[in-house]
Design a protein around this ligand. Structure first.
Ligand code: NAD
Length: 302
């Protein structure tokens, strides 16, 4: 199963590395306008292959994407300290206008998985630029992981057994949907009370801020984020190539909101197969609508 990665910078290369270690695919091709960088990253990652699962890792040009089941797109500028994701829009939209046609020409049947920020708007743009392709964005898969990680720290439970979704924009207006948060199948509040653990409005606010501001804090300390998103991209790719029908908060066209945003989606062969609308509170519904409004405004500026 072949997977392409366009944009072999920190995010693209880390996703390729994660896919190599996790056995997400049998063949990986890295493409970047910086040909030397793509070649060097592919070589470095290829050296991990014989001591993991033997994937064939190489670099190439757009034509080398032929036959890819999924093409991950992580090309473009990343946030600088103090910049929001929406600040990147003009720069990265111009890059997408240049590269989407080249990708779809080489790999017309590939599912296009967008990681470049602002991810929801660029997913929307890609839907327009590639009407014949299945398109999804990494959306809030990473944010939901950050949310779960922080809840797990308070719950004292393995994070894989803590669930909860971040919805809407992958960005400042995202919605931490507390009504979806569960630990061991119990609503989180119930779990915390039962176990005698502290669970206050302040703790919830701290978790919300920690989730929303995680990227800014990491960028401040090490200039970019890539391990979390690398693992998230590998997971999404695996779910598509293996037709796993996993529930992931990827970004996709959402007719009731008129824009691409994240909701729990069933992800399998061909990308998004269905959407599962959670049972949200009135406040969460309003916040989600507001988040869609922010995205629609940004899309209209394209
Ligand atoms: P980076 O600068 O390390 O890499 C970007 C790569 O894109 C570079 O190698 C560059 O040569 C390449 N590139 C630029 N224009 C190109 C073109 N026209 N064709 C082919 N390649 C091109 O940046 P990064 O840290 O890897 O971040 C990449 C993107 O991912 C950014 O937009 C960043 O904000 C985003 N990101 C998204 C998430 C998420 O959750 N979706 C998380 C982290 C970062």
């Amino acid at each position: 199963m072949k997977v392409g990665v366009v944009g072999a910078g920190l995010v693209g290369a880390t996703a390729a590395y994660a896919m190599t270690l996790r056995d997400s695919c049998s063949e990986l091709v890295l493409v970047d306008k910086d040909v030397k960088r793509a070649r060097a990253e592919a070589q470095d990652i290829a050296h991990a292959s014989p001591i993991s699962h033997g994937a064939r890792v190489s670099s190439g040009n757009y034509a080398s994407l032929e036959g890819s089941k999924v093409v991950v797109i992580a090309a473009g500028a990343n946030q600088q300290p103090g910049e929001s994701r929406l600040d990147l829009l003009a720069k990265n939209a111009a890059i997408f206008r240049e590269l989407i046609a080249q990708i779809t020409q080489a790999a017309p049947d590939a599912v296009l998985l967008i990681a470049t920020n602002p991810v929801d708007i660029l997913t929307q743009l890609t839907v327009q630029l590639a009407p014949g392709s299945a398109v999804l964005g990494s959306g809030t898969v990473l944010d939901s992981a950050r949310f779960r990680h922080l809840m797990a720290q308070h719950a004292g439970v393995d994070a894989t057994h803590v669930h909860g979704y971040v919805l809407g924009e992958h960005g400042d207006s995202e919605v931490m949907a507390w009504s979806t948060a569960t630990v061991a199948g119990l609503p989180i509040e119930h779990f915390m009370k039962e176990r005698g653990r502290q669970w206050t409005a302040d703790i919830r606010s701290e978790i919300e801020a920690g989730t929303r501001d995680a990227a800014a804090a990491i960028i401040e300390g090490k200039r970019a984020t890539y391990y979390g998103i690398g693992a998230a991209l590998a997971r999404i790719v695996e779910r598509i190539v293996g037709d796993r029908r996993a529930v992931l908060t990827v970004s996709a066209p959402t007719p009731e909101f008129g824009v691409c945003l994240s909701l729990p989606r069933i992800v399998g062969a061909g990308g998004v197969q269905d959407t599962v609308m959670p049972n949200l509170t009135k406040e969460e519904k309003q916040a989600l609508k507001a988040s869609a409004g922010v995205l629609k405004k940004a899309v209209s500026s394209l």
